[in-house]
Design a protein. Structure first.
Length: 183
């Protein structure tokens, strides 16, 4: 018998209203909230989950991927498209249910979501911001191919204190025609 392990399966898909209970259960976690923007409600309720799912299905310049593990919604990867002079950029954010941390799910899911998003859009640059101390998320981004491009000192106010924000970027296709824009 070899020492190889088989990676547990996951699926990226659209959110469904039937995901409300699982979303509320997993996202009502202070450890997750501590690494997200304050716009994410905490505590997180089924009403919050239903509001998010309905909003995700209606948004034009945002794309959210539900991460399904063991037939249950267990995380999200979301892209928000830039505007104006940053219209060929997108910001990515993500979270994963705590029982699945440190098992390789997020790195594999993010890689797949980024590839899909770049293939379906004309975005050429994806950025991510990570609060200081969230080493797991920094490792995920580096594993997927993002590079750290700077640290904004005391840029975020979270949990009553100013914290540094680490900025990461990934460049997709960068071929530019003579006029018009990327690709």
């Amino acid at each position: 018998m070899s020492g190889d392990t088989v990676a547990e399966a996951f699926t990226l898909r659209a959110w469904r209203e039937s995901d409300c209970s699982a979303l509320a259960k997993h996202l009502n976690n202070k450890k997750i909230w501590d690494n997200c923007r304050d716009g994410l409600p905490y505590p997180y309720t089924e009403e919050d989950a239903l509001r998010f799912i309905r909003s995700a299905s209606e948004q034009k310049d945002t794309r959210n991927y539900c991460i399904e593990i063991r037939q249950e919604a267990a995380g999200n990867i979301g892209f928000i498209r830039g505007t104006d002079v940053e219209r060929y950029n997108a910001e990515v954010g993500y979270w994963l249910a705590e029982p699945y941390w440190n098992r390789g799910f997020m790195s594999r899911a993010l890689k797949q979501a980024v590839e899909d998003y770049l293939r379906q859009t004309d975005v050429v640059r994806i950025e991510a911001r990570v609060y200081a101390g969230n080493l797991g998320s920094m490792r995920v981004l580096e594993t997927v191919g993002f590079r750290e491009c700077g640290i904004f000192r005391k840029a975020c106010f979270k949990n009553g204190r100013l914290i540094d924000c680490h900025c990461y970027e990934l460049l997709g296709a960068t071929d530019q025609p003579a006029c018009g824009g990327p690709r």
